[in-house]
Design a binder for this molecule. Structure first.
Ligand SMILES: Nc1nc2c(c(=O)[nH]1)N[C@H]1C(S)=C(S)[C@@H](COP(=O)(O)OP(=O)(O)OC[C@H]3O[C@@H](n4cnc5c(=O)[nH]c(N)nc54)[C@H](O)[C@@H]3O)O[C@H]1N2
Ligand SMILES: Nc1nc2c(c(=O)[nH]1)N[C@H]1C(S)=C(S)[C@@H](COP(=O)(O)OP(=O)(O)OC[C@H]3O[C@@H](n4cnc5c(=O)[nH]c(N)nc54)[C@H](O)[C@@H]3O)O[C@H]1N2
Ligand code: SF4
Ligand SMILES: [Mo]
Length: 756
């Protein structure tokens, strides 16, 4: 069954029956507490504030909600939420401010940005943004930068989905989404969705299992998904690419691939075959630590399933062999005949009735000279303009759009190169830095370098809803609106062909802005007014919905969800959106850029007597999204303190027990956390949580609310031996580290943290 049929089936009953219990003033919102974007219902209270969030009335979506979503009123109405623009009065990072008006802030920002650009050129202006949560940028950030002449836009999507999209495009021209509804086999590389962590994916996996799908999990730990899987391969962290090569070895040797598809629709199979032969199962077993028989069994289960999916996973987005691991997943999907078929991997293309952000970004206005200056594009070009421009013709041919910035993840600067340039002024100075909806300081590797880079700026602007450590480093902090305060039509950033209505439920604080307003107001002040003609969010939504022939008001009156039902095997008509028009098992783009056109496995820096553990960051925590929500009491009390996971054997050897405070140390830095001993952990591995800081420790002392005490970004190096060659992304999965018991917890922690 197609998703669209399921929605429709329930929709008729919804309209007749279940709306009866809905309040008349209840609206649809797309939750942005996390980035999976459940559509929910929201109600305003009599005081004009967001009162209640509850699950969808269409049963097809009703389970897609978690306790972070229902806690949204606690976030949106939080007493610490920023409501007034702030201008720095103390030293940078001292957290001392005066309140100013939005107009004054924007005037001063425009003036100071113009001065930086006059002195150092447009490339000296950089932006880091998440885009998942600010939601309503509508490509205006890129438009502004492209008109100004700066290629230096980066984002957390360089570590999450965006880089996968870029690499998938090189292989078969689009970023696929698995057809969970019809699949018979699901392969999870680490990916561990739970009820309160990416709830929709969790439920889609549960439904697929009920439908008879088998599940294979690759995870060093016995994760929740591993517990319920048909096969669990407890591989060493960071070795996913080797595991894929092992699978391919079995699949090719045993002839378990789709010969017809391979012959007609791929290039480079013979070369791939030779490469794969270099990875016999004994070698793969040695690298990954998984028995050869189990590897072979899993490969066979995947390749012989009636249909199978390898859902996107962030785990392979953050490894030293990341580009190869992502390419190998693509290759597995393709040669087993699972691409662009029912129950396999859907290549949607853009929703034909909604203008994509890529078309609004005006990439064509950025000159080649400025593109060439994009930071990181010389060393690590895979997701920069340099590589992605090589796919422009093919993308136009197949998708009708030259730019396919799927999940915002292509045409990006490399974050490590950017922060190095901010800190060292090489290869050229970067002196103005804007951060929007992104806790930059904690959200990339090598936090000390990010800090040095930010301290070396002439102008920093943060667009935020809370005073984060990153915002504390700014010259201006602008309060953002939140999802209950704005209208939007979410399109999964061009990925999946679904359009979801998000309605304004309450008014934003008077001096708050959406990121759309921010860029529009800045663009107008900097002489680009003719390109920022839309007056409001509704105005630009009307424009984007133009191909549908509806205004936003009409869309919101008529419907809440629109799905573009995918067509399958489109390649038979138009080919794949790659230079050869086929699936590039051997990548012409990587080859032309001087990299290996075939995937390979590269070993990360070795453990040693000094640093005996493989440390990985992640294992998301149910109550928080990434670095957020530590100040939201109803969520924080569920996880009051940062915890590292250790196997009992390791803990015993190190003389550690649950609740001990330890320092986790690498060559780059040291962070403190509590020990949680877990049987499910893999021996020799340490898990470090992501994104911990302590909003309650904010006291204007320049210590940035404990931003250096427990943040994983302090530990993760980004020197060349830790970076993926093609993309330059860091090895977050399995870097060497050690654990040292502390005599006492770090100073200044709250009682709640100490007790929790
Ligand atoms: N060191 C390290 N870095 C990582 C990761 C890691 O594991 N370790 N994980 C990576 C991954 S998977 C991802 S997805 C990225 C995530 O990176 P981000 O998406 O940037 O994640 P958050 O930490 O949630 O930071 C978002 C910030 O936006 C603010 N915010 C929330 N809603 C709004 C809004 O509506 N408007 C505005 N203006 N601001 C808002 C929040 O207060 C928060 O401070 O990080 C990546 N970076
Ligand atoms: N509640 C909540 N939900 C979230 C988020 C959140 O912050 N909070 N963040 C969201 C975001 S942006 C993302 S990207 C996802 C991430 O969510 P997931 O994809 O589930 O990733 P993690 O939870 O970081 O780690 C999942 C598993 O990867 C395993 N693992 C560690 N190293 C390796 C390795 O080298 N290889 C393999 N195969 N496995 C490994 C870990 O043991 C862990 O069990 O979660 C999303 N959902
Ligand atoms: S999983 Fe939870 S936090 Fe994420 S979008 Fe859905 S309701 Fe919101
Ligand atoms: Mo992510």
């Amino acid at each position: 069954m197609a998703l669209v049929d399921l929605i429709k089936k329930f929709d008729s009953s919804r309209r007749s029956a279940s709306r009866a219990d809905a309040k008349a003033d209840e609206k649809y919102v797309v939750c942005t507490i996390c980035d999976i974007h459940c559509q929910l219902r929201a109600t305003a209270g009599e005081d004009g504030r967001l009162e209640r969030i509850r699950q969808h009335d269409n049963p097809a979506f009703a389970k897609h909600i978690c306790y972070k979503g229902t806690a949204a009123p606690h976030v949106h109405n939080h007493e610490d939420r920023l409501t007034v623009p702030l201008k720095r009065v103390g030293e940078r990072g001292e957290d001392k401010w005066e309140e100013i008006s939005y107009e004054q802030a924007m005037d001063e920002i425009a003036e100071r940005l113009a001065a930086v650009v006059d002195t150092h050129g447009p490339e000296s202006f950089a932006v880091s943004t998440s885009g998942w949560n600010t939601q309503t940028t509508h490509g205006m950030d890129r438009r502004f930068m492209n008109l100004l002449g700066s290629p230096n836009w980066t984002s957390g999507v360089s570590l999450c989905a965006g880089n996968t999209a870029a690499v998938n495009k090189m292989t078969y021209g689009w970023f696929p989404l698995g057809d969970f509804m019809n699949t018979k086999c699901i392969v999870l590389f680490g990916h561990n969705p739970r009820k309160h962590s990416w709830s929709p994916i969790f439920h889609m996996i549960e439904d697929a299992k009920a439908n008879g799908a088998t599940v294979i999990v690759m995870d060093p730990r016995v994760s929740e998904q591993a517990e319920g899987a048909d096969l669990h391969l407890s591989l060493r962290s960071g070795t996913d690419a080797a595991m894929c090569l092992g699978w391919l070895n079995v699949i090719i040797a045993e002839g378990l691939y789709d010969e017809e598809f391979v012959a007609e629709w791929t290039v480079g199979f013979e070369e791939l075959k030779e490469r794969v032969a270099e990875y016999p199962l004994e070698r793969v077993a040695e690298i990954t630590g998984v028995e050869p028989e189990l590897i072979a069994e899993a490969a066979r289960m995947y390749a012989t399933a009636e249909s199978a999916i390898i859902p996107w996973t962030p785990i392979t987005d953050m490894q030293i062999s990341s580009t190869s691991a992502i390419r190998l997943q693509c290759i597995l999907r393709a040669i087993t005949g699972n691409l662009d078929v029912v129950g396999g991997e859907t290549l949607h293309g853009y929703h034909p009735e909604y203008i994509p952000e890529s078309d609004l970004a005006m990439h064509e206005r950025l000159s080649q000279e400025q593109r060439d200056k994009q930071l990181g594009s010389q060393d690590h070009p895979a997701y920069t303009y340099r590589a992605q421009d090589m796919l422009g013709d093919a993308s136009e041919r197949v998708w009708g759009h030259r730019y396919a910035d799927i999940v915002m993840g292509c045409y990006m600067a490399n974050p490590s190169s950017l922060f190095r340039a901010m800190a060292t002024e090489a290869p050229y100075p970067v002196k103005a830095f804007f951060t929007l909806g992104n806790n930059t300081l904690l959200s990339y590797p090598n936090q000390h370098q990010i800090h040095a880079g930010m301290m070396n700026q002439d102008l920093i602007v943060a667009h935020e809803i809370f005073m984060t450590p990153t915002a504390m480093l700014a010259d201006y902090v602008l309060p953002g609106d939140v999802f209950s305060e704005r209208n939007y039509v979410a399109d999964t950033w061009g990925w999946t062909g679904r359009l979801e209505l998000s309605q304004k439920v309450v008014e934003p604080p008077e001096q708050a802005s959406s990121t759309f307003e921010f860029w529009t107001d800045l663009g107008r002040r900097m002489g680009f007014g003719e390109h920022f003609a839309w007056e409001s969010l509704e105005d630009i939504l009307d424009y984007r919905l133009g191909p549908m022939g509806k205004t936003f008001a009409e869309f919101e009156a008529d419907e809440y969800f629109r799905f573009h039902d995918p067509k399958f095997r489109k390649y038979r008509e138009v080919g794949f959106a790659t230079p050869s028009g086929k699936v590039e098992l051997f990548s012409s783009v990587l080859d032309e850029l001087g990299f290996d056109g075939l995937p390979y496995y590269r070993e990360g820096p070795a453990i040693s007597d000094e640093y005996p553990y493989y440390v990985f960051t992640g294992v998301r925590e149910d109550p928080f999204f990434q670095t957020g929500q530590r100040q939201v009491e109803v969520l924080r009390r569920r996880a009051p303190s940062p915890k590292i996971f250790m196997h009992p054997i390791d803990a015993t050897r190190d003389g550690l027990v649950d609740g001990d405070w330890v320092d986790v140390q690498t060559a780059t830095g040291s962070v403190a956390a509590k020990v949680l001993v877990q049987d499910s952990m893999k021996e020799g591995h340490i898990r470090v949580p992501h994104g911990w800081w302590y909003p309650e420790m904010r006291d204007g002392d320049g210590a940035l609310a404990g931003a250096f005490i427990s943040s994983d970004a302090v530990l993760c190096p980004d020197s060349p031996e830790f970076l993926d060659y093609e993309q330059g992304i860091p090895h977050f999965k399995g870097f060497p580290g050690r654990v040292v018991k502390r005599d006492a917890p770090p100073e200044g922690l709250s009682q709640q943290t100490l007790d929790g």
